[in-house]
Every structure is written in C-alpha cells, then in structure tokens.
Design a protein around this ligand. Structure first.
Ligand SMILES: Nc1ncnc2c1ncn2[C@@H]1O[C@H](COP(=O)(O)OP(=O)(O)OP(=O)(O)O)[C@@H](O)[C@H]1O
Ligand SMILES: [Mg+2]
Length: 321
C-alpha cells in the first residue's frame, strides 16, 4: 500500500516541552514515535496519565509543532501544510471548550459554516445531530449555562456536523452518561463504516476493546504495543482472568491470593476477580487450590481483557518474571 493511502503517517516524531523557568528537566512527551493508520479504521491511542496522548493528538491536529520528526494526515504534512490538514479533520481535544457565549445550536451551526457547509444544510444537520445527542431541549441555551456533561455533548456533536475524512477525539466519553456513551459509540462505528477514519484516545479500556480496529498502547512518549485486540491478546499469552464467587469469603483468601502473585486482584462481596500470568494447567491447579478454601458457588476462567493486557504491558521490566 502506498503511504498516501494511509490516513496517518507518523515518522520519528518527537515533542520536548522545555523545562519551566530554571526548574525541573525538559519533558520528552512524545519520544520518537513512528506508526501509520489506515483509512476507515477506528484507531485507539491508549496509555496511562501523562503518556503523551494529548500531545500527540495536538501535533496531528496542527495545534502544536513537533520538536522533530514528521507527521502527515492524508498525505498532508502537519507543519508544512497546516491549512490543508485542518480542512480534512475535525477534532475534540481534551481541554477544548465549546463557545461558551453561543447557544448549543449556534455552536453546531458555526462549526458547520467554518467547514463550508451551506446554511440550509447546516440547519438540517444540526436538527438531526441535536436529536442524536439528546440536545434538542437545550438547543437555545448558552453553553455556559449547561452542565459539564452537556457541554461535552456539544463538543462531540460538532464532529458529526461535517464529513471531514479524519476525526480526532481525545477522551470523548468523559462526563457522558452510560446511555449516551453507548449511543455515541454506535454513531462512531457508523461513521467509520461510511469511510471516515476515527482516531481516539481513552482511559476506558472496555471502550477501546469494543470500538477499535487497531490499538496503540503508549507510555512515556513511546510505543509499548500495537495491533488489533487479537494480536494484543496473543502478546500477553498466558494471561488469564478468573472470577470466583464463594458462599462466604474464606478467611485465608487474601493471604492465598497474595501467594499467587496476581497481575490484578479485586474483591467485592463474596466475589474474587483476579488476573494470573501462568501456564494453563497451572492456572487450573491454582484455581482449584483457591476453591478448596471455601464453598464455591461459581467459577469463570477466561482469556485476558484489554485491561489486564494493559497492566501487564506497562509493568516495569523488573516486575516481569
Ligand atoms: N504544555 C506543557 N508544558 C510542559 N509539559 C507538558 C505540557 N503538556 C503536557 N506536558 C507533559 O507532557 C507529558 C505528556 O502529557 P499529555 O497531556 O500529552 O499526556 P496524556 O497521555 O494526554 O495524559 P492524560 O491521560 O492525563 O490526558 C506529561 O508529562 C505532561 O506533564
Ligand atoms: Mg490527555
């Protein structure tokens, strides 16, 4: 495939924030990243707080200049051709605000006009989009008078007003209630099916697991892992998730669990959830050892979720055995 068929092409990208007035060291927020994203995919950028996700998105959307390296959006260089890039993208950046003094509807209309939509078409779309985002009752209220969750809706709704081939969403679901979030995930899938490329960051791993065709996990400005969910699961082969429900929690359970050195453990009421890295036979043996501690009502063993893979991949090398 030629490079220009990619939605994103990133080469050796670096962003260093200089040290603050004589204090501390410079921060290498993006530290030599190279990757490509194909058109029409939902691409998920994952990583813990401070990993560099927002910085990377700001460079790709021309809001920030890289220190070195190159990035192209649909073949257009973000430094040399920023206007060409902007014409092809719409975005919701983490700290971006809606226009506070405009109403919800005028926010959508202004955004559409900015992207050269004709007035009648913009009005028609705004009605549809506001309906989708349950914003119709708030249409004529100024954004500054809306709750945080509704402001977020206005921001995210904007990208559905236009047909830019690439969409960037930085933590789009923050502050959205679960019902709307589910609906928006459906809309994003429809947009991708119609050929738009969606680049999103998220802390909510189940979101990425459900939505993304292609995932890049980053930490401290560098790529940690890359692939579809299937590939990432293979990467962490030997990682198992176990859920056990006891009729009552055995007294020795915590000590026994600690002995197993789980990647993750969570106890709630009489249910124990843990992730173990081990050979399959060994996992079954450990599960039965745990089961002997008490009276088990239910056991489930499954392959790892993205959350477990994430934790496993981000553990320091000293923690890996
Ligand atoms: N304007 C800035 N000046 C100096 N350092 C910055 C600036 N913006 C971000 N950083 C630093 O760069 C690193 C990456 O930050 P960034 O916001 O890109 O991370 P992130 O992955 O988006 O994190 P989060 O999940 O918290 O949103 C962090 O160490 C952060 O402190
Ligand atoms: Mg961020």
């Amino acid at each position: 495939m030629s490079q220009d068929e990619n939605a994103l092409q990133v080469e050796e990208l670096v962003k260093v924030y200089p040290a603050k007035a004589g204090r501390g060291a410079p921060v290498r927020a993006v530290d030599g990243m190279s990757f490509a994203v194909r058109r029409g995919e939902i691409f998920g950028l994952l990583g813990p707080n401070g990993a560099g996700k927002t910085t990377l998105l700001k460079i790709l959307t021309t809001l920030l200049r890289p220190t070195s390296g190159r990035a192209r959006v649909l073949g257009c260089d973000v430094v040399a051709q920023p206007l060409e890039v902007r014409r092809r993208i719409s975005m919701v950046i983490q700290e971006s605000a809606a226009e506070m003094f405009l109403t919800a509807r005028d926010n959508l209309l202004t955004y559409a006009r900015f992207h050269y939509l004709a007035a009648a078409e913009a009005r028609r779309r705004a009605a549809v989009v506001m309906e989708k985002f349950h914003l119709t009752p708030e249409a004529d209220r100024k954004v500054q008078d809306l709750s945080g969750g509704f402001r977020r809706r206005v921001q995210v709704a904007k990208v559905f007003m236009v047909d830019t081939p690439v969409v960037f969403l930085d933590e789009f679901s923050t502050g959205m209630d679960p019902i709307l979030k589910r609906a928006v995930m459906g809309y994003l899938r429809e947009e991708a099916a119609s050929g738009r490329t969606i680049v999103l960051t998220t802390q909510v791993l189940s979101e990425a697991e459900e939505l993304c065709d292609d995932i890049l996990i980053m930490n401290q400005g560098k790529e940690v892992a890359r692939g579809d969910l299937y590939a990432l699961k293979l990467l962490s082969r030997g990682l198992y998730e176990i859920t056990m429900t006891f009729d009552q929690l055995p007294a020795r359970i915590e000590a026994e669990l600690a002995r197993l050195q789980p990647v993750r453990v969570h106890i709630e009421d009489n249910t124990v959830e843990l992730a173990l890295k081990a050979e399959e036979a060994e996992v079954l043996e450990r599960v039965s050892a745990l089961a002997r501690l008490g009276h088990v009502l239910k056991v489930e063993v499954s392959g790892a979720s993205l959350e477990d893979i994430f934790i496993e991949l981000l553990r320091g090398p000293e923690a890996k055995s």
